[in-house]
Write a protein that binds this ligand. Structure first.
Ligand SMILES: [Zn+2]
Length: 275
């Protein structure tokens, strides 16, 4: 599931290529049309003849702002890829995947394609994000921007919650952008066990968490973009320390990495060096 670092890398790669591009046609695959939270025929009619003006991210949503060439109301295409959504900026004559949900044909014979392997993604076409995208108004600060909060403000925010740390980090109202994979990585970095309750944290452990969140996320964005085989339609997480590495040796202490949950959505941590 793409989380903040994958979407941020995507934004940095796609954004400059899309800026100013005119959409000349829009097509939704009928058997995937249910992923679009908007009437399909109107979507296919309303998107063309607009230009991409800005590509940005909020939590686990990627947002494309599109303006009509002749002015008028700007609209946003919002995609929350959930477990199996991927983007592909393809040459228009490249073979179309059976998982394609929609394609936007762009001037210059290119296409922005959205594929979904699990059919769980959600796509919105809106002029009012708060109204049309569920829970948008409740999103907390961006997780990679935690450093902009003072440690005291972070502590205050943290202390509103009573959850286990794993659940807390995935709560988009606490901080936006972290999911199952990066919560494991952040807790490994902070040397905290995922099932500990927030209320059990000592002040120095709160500080470790505060520091680990942006460290892990920024490092991940860099690792993703530094991958020479970077492909926006694939997800490569070899750089991770514990997530999806159950049974392997901990890179910090050599202890065997533990796993709870399914292989599809594992929870991984090291009992050797996380407390
Ligand atoms: Zn360890």
């Amino acid at each position: 599931m793409p989380e903040m670092p994958e979407l941020e890398a995507l934004r940095q790669v796609l954004g400059p290529q899309l800026e100013g591009a005119l959409v000349t046609a829009c097509e939704v695959a009928p058997r995937k049309a249910h992923l679009l939270r908007y009437p399909v025929e109107e979507f296919e009619k309303e998107v063309p003849y607009r230009r991409f003006t800005r590509t940005w991210r909020r939590g686990k949503h990627l947002v494309f702002d599109l303006e009509l060439a002749r002015g008028g109301e700007g609209r946003s295409l919002v995609v929350n890829p959930m477990l199996g959504g991927r983007f592909d900026l393809a040459a228009g004559d490249e073979k179309v995947s059976g998982n394609q949900v929609f394609s936007l044909r762009l001037e210059g014979a290119r296409e922005l394609r959205y594929l979904d392997f699990r059919d769980m993604g959600r796509i919105y076409w809106t002029a009012d994000l708060k109204k049309d995208v569920p829970a948008w108004a409740d999103l907390g600060p961006e997780a990679d921007q935690v450093g902009e909060l003072s440690l005291d403000d972070f502590r205050k925010r943290l202390r509103r919650y009573r959850d286990e740390l794993k659940d807390l980090l995935r709560n988009q109202a606490f901080l936006a952008g972290v999911g199952n994979a990066y919560s494991d990585e952040i807790l490994f970095e902070a040397r905290l066990l995922p099932l500990r309750r927030r209320s059990s944290l000592k002040p120095d452990e709160e500080q470790s968490l505060y520091e680990a969140i942006p460290t892990v996320l920024e490092r991940a964005v860099k690792a993703i973009l530094a991958n020479p085989d970077y492909d926006e339609s694939k997800q490569d997480r070899k750089f991770m320390n514990v997530h999806a590495k159950g049974g392997q040796s901990c890179p910090r202490c050599g202890h065997r990495i533990s796993q709870l949950g399914s292989n599809r959505e594992p929870l991984n941590f090291c009992r050797g060096c996380q407390k």
